[in-house]
Design a protein around this ligand. Structure first.
Ligand SMILES: Cc1cc2nc3c(=O)[nH]c(=O)nc-3n(C[C@H](O)[C@H](O)[C@H](O)COP(=O)(O)OP(=O)(O)OC[C@H]3O[C@@H](n4cnc5c(N)ncnc54)[C@H](O)[C@@H]3O)c2cc1C
Length: 382
């Protein structure tokens, strides 16, 4: 019998398993992932799954891993956000307490660093397998693999992503709100130095972000109503369209990593646990990527839940402990989900009066230093 089974070895599940293994050597942990990761191409080009990590989460991951290739990590020192009609807001490190706003990390680089570190812990077993059924019982959880064999655990932590199999099996209540948009991601080399500035345009029809990578390169996230139109463009056409939408702020662009699209939705869950099963990361909540906060929220879950298990060495976690955990996480998660949702709604409203107001609003926030500080600190300090 395992103490804790983590289903889903993406960034959040793997980081949670690692944090737990480090903190409590007595816990018997199993990390179950359906796809065995292949890190053999990690040095080829740049991954198009790129995440902006808050300073707090970047330090959290650095404190647990040593193998992150820092040469491949970008830094955001300032942000320049534009509305579609002259609205503008700018942030830099003077608006916050740290010396940078975020780090830009490739998924595969971070994933490899976490997996490499995990292999140093004898109390974590890695298993690459698919699950067929889950039974959430009073004293344990039973996991049936597709080959019919069974695993037993006291607790199951599900980090198996936005379409969580565990969540469906256990029957959590979920409200799913589609954005009818996809996030189109791609990487480009740029003509001008990006000076570690992240740029974002609220275009009316979508939201485009340029995130600074090392070596005069950027990664983009374009939340678009028509992702197929962008995906069908040739490399040169896409480079021109992205450069034009970004007002040629970095001159000409040259595509270096092909575009990929991810459908966007808002998943709302009130209660992240049921019996002996606890949801974390995208299995528990998804968010519009306009503020780059999805995996940051997931690492917040991982950190707080690992603390809870680590301080209860005999795994005697009560309903009260879980309710407190839920309360804390729900407050953080909802605040961020609703902020991003409202921003998305605001910039998708085509009424001319709303159009003027939102651009005016951006300019106003830009001039009110304490409000600006509050906004940026709430985004980077969790
Ligand atoms: C376009 C876009 C841009 C984004 N940019 C940012 C950003 O800049 N900053 C940020 O913080 N967030 C960002 N996000 C959000 C971020 O991608 C997610 O929040 C993050 O990937 C969630 O991590 P996770 O580990 O919870 O889930 P996932 O990354 O989905 O990982 C789930 C893992 O579970 C495995 N799995 C699934 N089902 C099973 C099963 N049945 N059994 C075993 N294993 C299973 C999968 O193979 C996978 O490895 C962005 C999202 C999008 C779409």
């Amino acid at each position: 019998m395992y103490d804790i089974a983590v289903v889903g070895g993406g960034l959040v599940g793997a980081a949670f398993a690692l944090d737990l293994a480090r903190q409590n050597a007595k816990l018997k942990i199993i990390l179950i992932e359906r796809n065995q990761p292949d890190f053999s191409h990690n040095q080829d080009g740049f991954d198009n799954k790129i995440y902006a990590l808050s300073p707090k989460n970047y330090q959290y991951l650095q404190s647990m891993t040593s193998g992150l290739d820092e040469k491949r990590v970008g830094t955001i020192e300032a942000m320049d956000v534009r509305g579609n009609h002259g609205g503008k807001i700018e942030f830099d490190q003077h608006d916050c307490r740290g010396n940078y706003l975020a780090k830009i990390v490739e998924y595969r680089n971070l994933h490899q660093a976490v997996y490499r570190e995990l292999s140093n812990y004898d109390n974590v077993e890695l298993k690459f397998t698919s699950l067929a059924k889950i039974e959430n019982e009073a004293e344990q959880v039973s996991l049936y693999q597709t080959d019919g064999s069974k695993l037993e655990t006291r607790w199951l932590v599900a980090a198996d992503g936005a379409n969580s199999f565990v969540r469906q099996q256990v029957g959590f209540d979920l409200e799913e709100i589609p954005y009818y948009q996809s996030g189109v991601v791609a990487n480009f080399r740029c003509e001008y130095d990006h000076r570690n500035i992240a740029r974002q345009w609220f275009l009316g029809e979508g939201i485009l972000a340029y995130l600074p990578l090392p070596n005069q390169q950027i990664s983009i996230v374009w939340s678009s109503n028509e992702p197929d139109v962008l995906l069908k463009l040739s490399a040169d056409e896409l480079s021109s369209v992205v450069a034009e939408a970004g007002e040629y702020s970095l001159g000409k662009l040259e595509l270096i990593t092909p575009a990929q699209a991810f459908p966007l939705k808002l998943n709302l869950i009130e209660k992240f646990y049921a019996g002996r099963v606890i949801l974390i990361g995208d299995a528990a909540h998804t968010i519009h990527p306009l503020a780059g906060q999805g995996v940051n929220l997931g690492f917040g879950d991982a950190w707080e839940l690992a603390q809870l298990f680590a301080t209860h060495s005999d795994s005697l976690i009560s309903e009260v402990d879980l309710a407190r955990y839920n309360y804390n996480r729900l407050a953080e998660v909802r605040k961020m989900q609703m902020t991003c949702h409202m921003l998305h709604r605001l910039f998708h409203n085509r009424l001319p009066v709303v159009d003027k107001l939102r651009n005016l609003g951006l300019n106003l926030v830009n001039q009110i230093a304490p409000l600006k500080k509050m906004l940026i600190n709430s985004a980077i300090n969790y």
